[in-house]
Design a protein. Structure first.
Length: 168
């Protein structure tokens, strides 16, 4: 395992990356590349009261947010990964065990590996599939390498949905 899971019961949302980047693996922290928009976006959309640093990722539990990856034993860019790096069964067991309100894939590639459908057939936003009470979201990648596809409004839609969990 490159990065430890950040999971516990009663999380509002768990963000699921594809695999740790080389920089994240070296730093031992999620979304550690300075060009990655993850930490800035979490704050900007209102899921954290201030911008956390990658090395402070464990503090996300204070805000009912978790982290994992679908390829826990691989590192590198999405394009470097093979189908055998993805462990959808393990991720499914984690979802069944912890039942977060939402599991949000931070790329179409991760969602594709989980749902076993081509990335071109996956749309951004809320998905129709559920496991127990957990709903799925697919977000645009916060990676600097995917900046051409970036759309913060999809992240804001997720934050709004997560906020509604608090209201109920």
């Amino acid at each position: 395992m490159i990065l430890p899971d950040l999971l516990q019961d009663n999380l509002k949302v768990v963000f699921c990356g594809t695999a740790a980047s080389a920089i994240s693996a070296r730093e031992g922290a999620y979304y550690a590349n300075p060009t990655n928009a993850f930490w800035r976006t979490l704050h900007h959309i209102g899921l954290t009261p201030h911008q956390l640093k990658p090395q402070d990722f464990r503090q996300l539990l204070n805000y009912d947010i978790g982290l994992t990856d679908i390829a826990k034993h691989a590192k590198g860019n999405d394009s470097d990964l093979s189908k055998t790096d993805f462990d959808a069964d393990s991720l499914r067991r984690k979802i069944e065990r912890f039942q977060p309100g939402y599991l949000a894939f931070t790329s179409k590639k991760g969602a594709s590996g989980f749902f076993a459908i081509p990335t071109r057939k996956i749309s951004y936003g809320l998905q129709s599939q559920k496991i127990g009470t957990t709903r799925f979201y697919v977000l645009t990648s916060p990676s600097g390498a995917a900046r051409g596809y970036w759309d913060e409004s999809i992240w804001q839609d997720l934050a709004d949905a997560v906020g509604k969990l608090s209201d109920s």
